[in-house]
Design a protein around this ligand. Structure first.
Ligand SMILES: [Zn+2]
Length: 282
């Protein structure tokens, strides 16, 4: 179903938003101002932007109308996250769409397709959090697949039976009987939204692991089920890599059983997270 969305996208918009600063014309029309080339400000600004804003080094589509600033900001956010997360996770995203349609959901992902809405989002921290959640879906349903058609489980992913050699079933099976029936308690989940389905639980557990490592480990220290889920992320999904940047203030011990509803709306240290870019070797 996501493919249908992709085919309607206008790739040519990428060319239309080519920066006016690179125009060879003697006068640059920018907004309602006319600037002569001697006015250096816009050129310098353009250079600064190209130096500090990362561009995506992979094909992507856009959806909706977008100006160059908004696209650059979105691309920069996505490129930074791609640099930080494991390369195998990022490479599993084969169809990436940056959406500037304010009416769609904040993010959508399944299989190897990911759509991120880059407008109408309160701040970069939330845009990045949504992206990490959606990458969790791609890792779950597009990367961790059955190695063979062995035992059928009671889980069904987008209409297809999930086989027991799919590593994700180790997480699903902790607190779910099947796609709908829970066998756990609310406090065994990282967030309220994780109770929606095994697939939302995977994505919420993934984002908690990446953006809220200290909080997740605090939960795990007080809850055996969440300890198993943390260890699943660490050992199966992240191959031993753990995230330990300065996160939010940890809750007092009396609140250690409380859960937030939506992990993408939980505060975290955006700067500390983005600083991980320099410390990874990918
Ligand atoms: Zn989701």
């Amino acid at each position: 179903m996501f493919r249908q969305l992709i085919t309607g996208l206008v790739l040519s918009q990428l060319m239309l938003i080519a920066s006016p600063f690179h125009s060879p014309a003697p006068k640059v029309v920018y907004g309602s101002y006319i600037m002569t080339p001697e006015v250096a400000a816009p050129t310098r600004e353009a250079h600064q932007r190209s130096r500090t804003f990362l561009t995506l080094d992979r094909p992507f589509a856009t959806q909706g109308k977008v100006d160059s600033n908004t696209l650059a900001r979105c691309e920069n956010n996505v490129a930074q996250v791609f640099d930080i997360l494991p390369a195998t996770h990022v490479e599993a995203i084969k169809n990436l769409t940056l959406s500037f349609d304010p009416t769609i959901r904040r993010g959508l992902a399944g299989g190897n397709t990911l759509i991120l809405r880059c407008v109408n989002v309160p701040n970069d921290a939330e845009m990045i959090a949504v992206l990490v959640h959606e990458i969790g879906h791609v890792v779950d349903t597009g990367l961790l697949n059955a190695s063979k058609y062995d035992l059928k489980t009671k889980f069904v992913d987008r209409g297809k039976v999930v086989y027991s050699s799919d590593p994700s079933t180790k997480l699903y099976g902790v607190s779910w009987e099947n796609n709908r029936s829970l066998k756990g308690m609310k406090r065994d989940f990282v967030s309220g939204y994780a109770l929606e389905s095994p697939y939302e639980e995977f994505a919420e557990t993934y984002i908690m692991y990446v953006l809220h490592g200290p909080l997740f480990r605090l939960y795990a220290a007080h809850n055996k089920v969440l300890k198993m889920k943390y260890e699943f992320m660490r050992d199966v999904v992240f191959e031993g890599v753990e995230y330990n940047f300065a996160s939010e203030k940890l809750p007092p011990i009396l609140q250690v059983m409380d859960r937030h509803y939506d992990a993408t709306r939980l505060d975290y240290g955006l700067e500390s997270f983005l600083a991980l870019r320099g410390s990874t070797d990918s």
